[in-house]
Write a protein that binds this ligand. Structure first.
Ligand code: NAD
Length: 284
């Protein structure tokens, strides 16, 4: 269902739905009359989120189920799938969105790479593998939305484990969409949500007020809904600092590192600073 008509009879599952972008998506789906299954490993946040999402739904509490679910645990995801079907009888929309960003460098710190890859990359793969087969078997139109990141495309220095995970998420989502569109009779489409800078607990860093450059989670989800309506696979969000045009130049420059046989991450290499700035202005 690219060009999907999201309907009140639909059921949406959102992982990492107790906070930030996931919570805003749950609210938006609930506001459109859908039934929402919100999954998160943060039990306290989940309880608050269920009330919050119910308040956005014309059906109130009846339209929402909260499930404590850790995307690093396969059984939790199997339970999530079963609970959604038990509560609402079907699954139409899956948003694999849960992620962490504790920081990393190439050598550590201890445990960080395991946690980040297990949650942000393998968690997404596990989530899709737990829920998608049932959606395919149902034969209904459906949506699989995977939350990626620009950090998985231009892979800036600073948090390599997060970049590696999000680059994997991009490749996985692309493979899912390629597979779905080649499955005879399948009306499910996959989509990669690529947020810009969004003010959430993930990026707050102690700030209590939204920085001017950031979007709100609600703005991000509005933009996502427009992208889904158009049937876009790559839902590339701008923010208040970075336009689509700037993102396009940054992505082209990153891909050109290989084509031009430049050093990796040449955007941050002093020898290329002037050339990159010229390219960004459209002069290169
Ligand atoms: N905020 C941004 O600027 C930004 C930018 C690009 C991409 N993203 C991506 O958007 C998505 C949502 O991030 P957010 O900014 O809303 O963050 P957030 O921290 O507000 O929400 C993430 C949620 O995921 C949950 N979670 C973490 N580990 C989990 C696990 N193992 N199992 C289940 N739930 C788990 C957390 O409890 C939290 O409720 C993430 O995939 C993130 O990488 C965010």
């Amino acid at each position: 269902m690219s060009h999907i008509c999201i309907q009140p009879s639909h059921v949406a599952i959102v992982t990492g739905g107790a906070s930030g972008i996931g919570l805003a998506a749950c609210r938006a789906f609930a506001g459109m009359g859908l039934s929402v299954v919100v999954a998160d490993m943060n039990a306290e946040g989940l309880a608050r989120a269920v009330e919050d999402i119910a308040a956005a739904s014309p059906r109130g509490r009846d339209a929402v189920r909260g499930l404590r679910c850790d995307v690093t645990v396969r059984q939790d995801l199997q339970m999530l799938e079963a609970e959604a079907r038990d509560a609402f009888g079907r699954v139409d929309i899956l948003m694999a969105n849960a992620a962490v960003q504790p920081g990393s460098d190439i050598l550590g710190p201890d445990g960080a790479w395991d946690r980040i890859l297990d949650t942000n990359l393998y968690g997404v793969i596990r989530t899709v593998q737990a829920v998608l087969p049932g959606m395919i078997a149902d034969g209904h139109p459906g949506l699989v939305i995977v939350t990626g990141s620009k950090q998985g495309i231009t892979t800036p220095p600073g948090d390599p484990a997060y970049n590696v995970a999000k680059a994997g998420v991009k490749a996985f989502a692309e493979a899912v969409q390629h597979d779905l569109r080649n499955r005879p009779g399948c009306r499910i489409s996959a989509h990669l949500l690529i947020p810009g800078f969004v003010f959430t607990p993930l990026t707050a860093n102690g700030r209590t007020e939204k920085p001017a450059g950031a979007w709100t989670p609600a703005q991000t989800v509005d933009f996502m809904m427009q992208g889904l309506e158009r049937g876009d696979f790559y839902i590339l969000c701008p923010d208040n600092e970075v336009t689509r045009q700037v993102d396009e130049r940054r992505m082209l420059w990153a891909a050109s590192d290989i084509v031009e046989n430049r050093p990796p991450l040449s955007r941050w290499h002093p020898d290329y600073a002037d050339r990159f700035e010229a390219f960004l202005r459209g002069a290169g």
